[in-house]
Design a protein around this ligand. Structure first.
Ligand code: 4NP
Length: 149
């Protein structure tokens, strides 16, 4: 799960998918990273942590790190939150196989007219965090079903 800062959107996507993988007994390694290094080593944004916690998802053990080329070797799927993340991640791809791993996470929702990008809630209010929770909860529901097949 990749976003810009690795303190709002991708830690939530990470926490949601980890929770669902564990709940359903699926063998998968879930992690997250940011394309920027601003917050490396820091915990998720408090507003995201609280939004997640009030929905039963614990983000307290997560710490921000920066996406690196070796992530292409360690993961089969790389979900990005927006098109800017897509550009930043695929810029580091070494070949077509790497590029094929990168997906916009909201494409998993699959309906025409669905928003394609998870909005960055960092500069907004609580409603933005709730909206991000709703989007990523739905997207990770689809991902978990795909991992079962
Ligand atoms: P995220 O949100 O990419 O969802 O973690 C952001 C967090 C911090 C900043 C930007 C986006 N920032 O500019 O510090």
């Amino acid at each position: 799960m990749v976003c810009l800062g690795n303190i709002c959107r991708s830690p939530l996507a990470d926490g949601l998918l980890r929770h669902k993988v564990q709940r359903d007994g699926i063998k998968a390694t879930v992690d997250s990273a940011g394309t920027a290094n601003y917050h490396v080593g820091g915990p998720p944004d408090e507003r995201m942590t609280e939004t997640a916690m009030s929905n039963g998802i614990d983000l307290s053990s997560l710490r921000a790190r920066q996406f690196e080329v070796s992530d292409y070797d360690h993961f089969d799927l790389i979900y990005v939150m927006d098109k800017s993340n897509y550009q930043n991640v695929t810029r580091l791809a070494r070949d077509e196989n790497d590029i094929q791993k990168v997906k916009l996470i909201l494409d998993e929702l699959g309906h025409p007219n669905t928003i394609q990008e998870v909005p960055d809630p960092y500069y907004g209010g609580q409603a933005g965090f709730n909206h991000v929770f709703d989007l990523l909860d739905r997207a990770t529901d689809v991902i978990i079903e795909k991992l079962k097949t």
